[in-house]
Design a binder for this molecule. Structure first.
Ligand code: PLP
Length: 431
């Protein structure tokens, strides 16, 4: 028995499924998860001393790789002062200023939370509070965290009343979330035509990445913004995953910023916390100032704006200058190119969906444009591919429904390693 297997067996006796978040349990690919011991640069070492090139990077936050000296030093300096204050602190202000400045006029105020889930919950509350309307519109296959209003299944057909995706989500709450297949502006129009005066907001991932990466159709996000506004509703753009990753100004930087429109509310997470528990909601001052203590919409958090987390986020954003983004895009091109070539050599049908540095592979020969097409990928072939890659020392996301995350720490040696590993993994997928 490996040390990982031993620890996982113990973990299952005290933690449901042995994990703190379900996707870590390898449910979609089978087998026992590997227990991580340490990480440095592009690599993670497990408790049995095996090293892996990591293409998960803590599901996105570690854009500069593991234990970057500048991030470690920034966190250590804060922790030496205090692990938490329960009072405003300077590093929190500096991160707020940095994000507002980075978002180039798109937001005037920001409120920090500890998780993306809380950030999206807060955005929904602001939208409902500001409009006085109850309903949300979301897209099938988009994930916005695990708050009740967002764990809502794909109803069949247009704007089916949301059904709870999980026991414990009251059906009355799920019913206030209308779901629409991704990419279908015509159906969004129809939903708004039917119930527009009850809809508080449409919420979407700027670049969907939780059914695997889906490239937003040309004009889709702009269309959402326009439809919502025509009906007096707001647009919430969830940048928890794509924010500060697909461009220095996230998905908005590739779309709204170029097209001349700005969502009413943004949510951020992952990269903004540099690997520590931190996320945020941001928007124009007038809307954000409806939050307590200025306005009546209540939201709070004991550890919100935690100094160590803010220091990690600030150090990460400071590292991610234009040159770092160019490097990241180049790495993502090379990584995805190596994987594509290996799959092609073995005749494995696959689709690469990619937006700058964010991508995923689907083992299918049809275009993947929404949850339904993503669901038709060959999950068994992906599981073989995943396990062969892991055996060869490459850590991939353990599900075909997840994005791959590169870091700027990936080196030429890593790419050579990847090339060798992918040859083996592609052969396994082909079997
Ligand atoms: N929104 C998006 C787009 C996400 O990808 C995630 C998590 O993966 C969340 C919200 C929820 O964030 P958290 O896991 O920090 O609660």
């Amino acid at each position: 028995m490996t040390r990982s297997e031993e620890l996982f067996a113990q973990a299952c006796t005290v933690m449901p499924g042995g994990v703190s978040s379900p996707v870590r349990a390898f449910g979609r690919v089978g087998g026992a998860p590997v227990f991580a011991a340490s990480g440095r640069g592009s690599r993670i070492t497990d408790v049995d001393g095996r090293q892996y090139l990591d293409l998960v990077n803590s599901w996105g936050p570690l854009i500069a790789g593991y234990s970057h000296p500048a991030i470690v030093a920034a966190v250590q300096a804060e922790v030496a002062r205090a692990t938490s204050f329960g009072a405003p602190c300077e590093v929190e202000l500096r991160l707020a200023q940095k994000v507002v400045e980075r978002m180039a006029g798109a937001i005037g105020r920001i409120r920090f939370t500890c998780s993306g889930t809380e950030a999206v919950m807060t955005a929904a509350r602001i939208a409902r509070g500001a409009t006085g309307r109850p309903l949300l519109v979301k897209f099938v296959g988009c994930y916005h965290g695990h708050a009740d209003s967002f764990l809502v299944a794909a109803g069949s057909g247009v704007a089916s009343l949301g059904l709870p995706d999980s026991p414990g989500v009251p059906s009355e709450i799920a019913a206030d979330t209308l779901t629409v297949p991704y990419g279908r502006l015509d159906l969004v129009e129809r939903v708004f035509a039917e119930r527009g005066d009850e809809i508080a907001a449409v919420v979407t991932e700027s670049v969907p990445a939780n059914m695997g990466v889906i490239v937003p159709p040309e004009g889709f996000n702009k269309g959402l913004y326009e439809i919502a506004h025509r009906h007096g509703a707001l647009m919430i753009q969830d940048e928890v995953l794509a924010g500060f990753r697909v461009s220095p100004t996230g998905g908005w930087g590739l779309q709204g910023r170029l097209e001349g429109w700005t969502p009413d509310l943004f949510t951020f997470g992952k990269v903004i916390g540099g690997g520590m528990p931190l996320a945020a909601v941001g928007g124009r001052a007038e809307l954000m100032d409806r939050l307590a203590p200025v306005g009546p919409i209540y939201q709070a958090g004991t550890l919100s704006g935690n100094p160590a987390a803010c220091a990690a986020g600030l150090a990460t954003l400071e590292l991610m200058d234009d040159a770092a983004y160019q490097k990241l895009y180049d790495i993502a091109d090379r990584v995805s190119g190596i994987v594509s070539a290996a799959l092609a050599r073995e005749g494995v049908a696959h689709r690469l969906n990619k937006v700058t540095s964010l991508f995923s592979f689907f083992l299918t020969d049809e275009p993947v444009v929404d949850f339904a097409s993503a669901s038709r990928q060959d999950h068994e072939a992906f599981a073989r591919f995943f396990h062969a890659a892991l055996d060869e020392g490459v850590w991939l996301p353990p599900s075909g429904f997840e994005a791959w995350f590169c870091s700027t720490a990936i080196t030429d040696d890593d790419l050579e390693h990847l090339e060798r590993a992918m040859a083996v993994a592609a052969r396994a997928a082909a079997q």
